[in-house]
Each structure stands twice: as structure tokens, then as C-alpha cells.
Design a protein around this ligand. Structure first.
Ligand SMILES: Cc1cc2nc3c(=O)[nH]c(=O)nc-3n(C[C@H](O)[C@H](O)[C@H](O)COP(=O)(O)OP(=O)(O)OC[C@H]3O[C@@H](n4cnc5c(N)ncnc54)[C@H](O)[C@@H]3O)c2cc1C
Length: 359
């Protein structure tokens, strides 16, 4: 029996879920790029997610939590550990359950694997306001909460009442009885595209309650239509991973890229969108290395032109050591900040952001 078989058997024993080995991650990302994970499991709900995370901690297996894969780039060499695909039963994918409803609005309970856009539409149809901005955001509620997703002057911070999450360490108090905690939205440290759960390894969303206001479904649908029209004119339809760089304070990363004359710039099949400078699209067979090299070109050019050092927004997963070396050898350009081994660290957090869809 190989070490891989031993670990797979142990993971299966602890989680009671099917665990696969050597699973390509590209299909689980919106860019459709990325190599294999050593192990792969589907978490059908928050309770099994809790079980899997505890098993990984016991066995010392590194973890990658995958929602919709809409804000990550996985290295061509993949991920050495267990990729957990957070899922939700079909009946709950695009709807939550009502905790409380009155004339002023509602509180709803959502699973981590619920589709953010589906929940936004469901709430608008019910006449609950507060999530209409999210109708065009790919991915899951868990990913949206961890990254405080937002657009058009709205964000998750504005609607989160409580979050239940798995934590590898006890936040604050030794007297807390277990590894699963429920905190209020105020305790989530939400900021511009960040929260206390943003850093990989800091905790995993198992569920949340959202507090929504009241508006008519017609009014909400009109807002959704406006946002969709705006997105269609500004957002590429090709495969992408959303905003690549964070908006520097008071600036838009997309505008800096455009001013640097890089819109449409291409390495292999990776291209800076001609529609939006902060999107890199996969025109067909782009590799993670192509994306990485293009990010390095952007950072380098914007730094030279403006003195602004762009921070990476998208999560770079896995091993990028040879990409870093070859990018340096090719062009002596700066590597994209935030590229790291093993998805453990993130760049520092800025505190401001724009109201544009994804900068
Ligand atoms: C076309 C397009 C448009 C976009 N527009 C916007 C926009 O307007 N505004 C915006 O904010 N974003 C936008 N994004 C980015 C992305 O959709 C959001 O960041 C989204 O909320 C990510 O959710 P996800 O489930 O896909 O997360 P993933 O990409 O799967 O993961 C992103 C990070 O969240 C972590 N994560 C995932 N699930 C959990 C969980 N349950 N608990 C803790 N951590 C978790 C992952 O480990 C990873 O670190 C866009 C992306 C695309 C492709």
C-alpha cells in the first residue's frame, strides 16, 4: 500500500465520504485551469464539511476549500493535500430557509454551498431587499462571505447577521466548547473584499443567517436588470476569475492596467480582457503559468509607470516556485504579489474599495 492509499483510506474512514485521488482541479474553477489535487472530496453540507476539516486536522492533511472556484488560480502542478468541493443539495442550491419574516423584511438561513446569485434572485422574488447587487456574482455563499464579495455599493457585510464557521483555533475564549463557532456580522472583521475568514487556514463558513429588508419584487427586479445591463457592457464573457488585482486606495486597478496600455496583452492563451483591464481571460488553452506570467507583466508595468504596487486579489493556490523562477529569468519582472506555496498566506488588506462590479 502506498502512502497515498494509506492517507486516502484514513480520510475515508474519518469522513465516511468517497475520497478520490489525483483529481484535476481545472473543471472546478471558472478559469478552467489547474493541475491535480492529491485528494478530493465533496462536502454535501455544513455538517460533513465540519467532519472533513476535523479529519484533516487530525491527519495533518493540508486543505483547499473550493466553493465555485471563481476567485482562484490553481497552479499547473496542482495542490498537495485535500481539495474539498463545498456542495449543497439541489433543493437548497438557490434558496435558503426562512428563520423569521415580518413587515420589515426577513432573516434567512443559508448553506455554505448555496449559489450567491441564486440566493440573490430568490430573495428578490420574495420581496426582500439587500442582495440584489449579488445577482451577477458567481460562486458560493461561503466564498462570498469569506471574501466579503460586493458590487454596486452592496456587499456581504451589509446583510450578514451571523456566521457559523469551523475554526482550527479558539478565537478569543478558552471556554468555547467546540471548534464550531457562531459570531455576529460585526465580529466578522469585514473590510474591502476581506473578513476574518479570508486567509486560508483561518476558518471555514458552515452556514450563515442573512438579514434582509423589504421592497417590492418589481422594484428589485428593475435594479437587477440595471446591474445586469451594466455587467454585460463591462465584464468579459470568456472564462475568467473575476478581479485579478485589488483596487489600490482611491484608484481602480483596471484603469491603471488600461493606462499602462496592457488591455488585450496576451501570453499564450491568457489575455488581459479588452473590455476590462482587471480581468485576465482564458482564450482556450491558457496554463496557470501563462496567467502568472501575465500578472507579473501587469504588476511590473504598472509599478514602472505609476509607482503603484498592485496587490493580488485572486487566490493563487499550490506551488508556483518554477513559475516565479522562469518569470524572473524571462523578463526580470516582479512576480505577482500573493503567490505562495500551499495557500497559507495572503497579502495585507486595504481598507477601501470601489462600487464598481469587481473593480
Ligand atoms: C465573471 C466574474 C465576475 C465576478 N464579479 C465579482 C464582483 O462583482 N464582486 C466580487 O466581490 N467578486 C466577483 N467575482 C469573484 C468571485 O465570484 C467572488 O469572489 C465569489 O464570492 C467567490 O466565491 P467562490 O465560491 O467561487 O469562492 P472560490 O473561488 O471557490 O474561493 C475563493 C476563496 O474563498 C475560500 N472559500 C470558499 N468557500 C469557503 C467557505 N465555505 N468558507 C471559507 N472560505 C471559503 C476559498 O478557499 C478561497 O480562499 C467575480 C468572478 C467572476 C469569474
Amino acid at each position: 500500500m502506498t502512502q497515498s492509499d494509506v492517507t486516502r483510506t484514513a480520510l475515508h474512514g474519518e469522513t465516511r465520504l468517497p475520497v478520490d485521488t489525483d483529481v484535476q482541479l481545472a473543471p472546478y474553477t471558472t478559469l478552467k485551469i489547474g493541475g491535480p489535487a492529491d485528494y478530493f472530496v465533496r462536502a454535501p453540507d455544513g455538517a460533513s464539511l465540519d467532519r472533513i476539516l476535523t479529519a484533516c486536522e487530525t491527519l495533518g492533511v493540508p486543505v483547499l476549500v473550493l466553493g465555485g472556484g471563481s476567485n482562484i488560480v490553481v497552479s499547473d502542478r496542482g495542490f498537495r493535500g485535500l481539495a474539498i468541493k463545498v456542495e449543497t443539495p439541489t433543493s437548497l442550491r438557490n434558496r435558503g430557509s426562512i428563520v423569521h419574516e415580518d413587515a420589515h423584511g426577513a432573516v434567512i438561513q443559508v448553506e455554505p454551498g448555496c449559489q450567491t446569485a441564486g440566493i440573490a434572485r430568490w430573495t428578490a422574488q420574495a420581496g426582500w431587499s439587500g442582495l440584489d447587487w449579488a445577482c451577477g456574482i458567481p460562486g458560493t455563499i461561503g466564498g462570498a462571505i469569506a471574501g466579503n464579495a460586493g458590487a454596486y455599493d452592496g456587499d456581504m457585510k451589509g446583510v450578514v447577521k451571523t456566521v457559523t464557521f469551523w475554526s482550527p483555533s479558539r478565537p478569543g475564549s478558552d471556554s468555547l466548547p467546540s471548534r464550531v463557532y457562531t459570531v455576529s456580522g460585526d465580529e466578522m472583521a469585514f473590510g474591502y473584499r476581506t473578513s476574518r475568514l479570508k486567509t486560508p487556514g483561518s476558518g471555514v463558513v458552515l452556514g450563515a443567517q442573512l438579514r434582509l429588508g423589504r421592497a417590492t419584487p418589481t422594484e428589485l427586479q428593475e435594479r437587477i436588470d440595471r446591474f445586469e445591463t451594466s455587467r454585460r457592457s463591462r465584464q468579459p464573457t470568456e472564462r475568467s476569475c473575476g478581479s485579478v488585482f485589488r483596487n489600490p486606495s482611491g484608484l481602480y486597478a483596471g484603469q491603471l492596467v488600461e493606462q499602462a496600455g496592457l488591455k488585450g496583452h496576451r501570453i499564450g492563451d491568457a489575455q488581459i480582457s479588452s473590455l476590462h483591464g482587471n480581468y485576465i481571460v482564458n482564450r482556450g488553452t491558457a496554463t496557470a503559468h501563462d496567467i502568472y506570467a501575465l500578472m507579473a507583466v501587469v504588476r511590473n508595468r504598472v509599478l514602472l509607470d505609476t509607482g503603484v504596487s498592485l496587490e493580488t486579489e485572486v487566490l493563487l493556490v499550490g506551488d508556483w516556485s518554477t513559475d516565479q523562477t522562469s518569470v524572473r529569468d524571462d523578463s526580470a519582472s516582479a512576480s505577482p504579489e500573493g503567490a505562495y506555496q500551499d495557500a497559507r498566506t495572503r497579502p495585507d488588506v486595504a481598507t477601501t474599495g470601489g462600487s464598481e462590479p469587481n473593480g
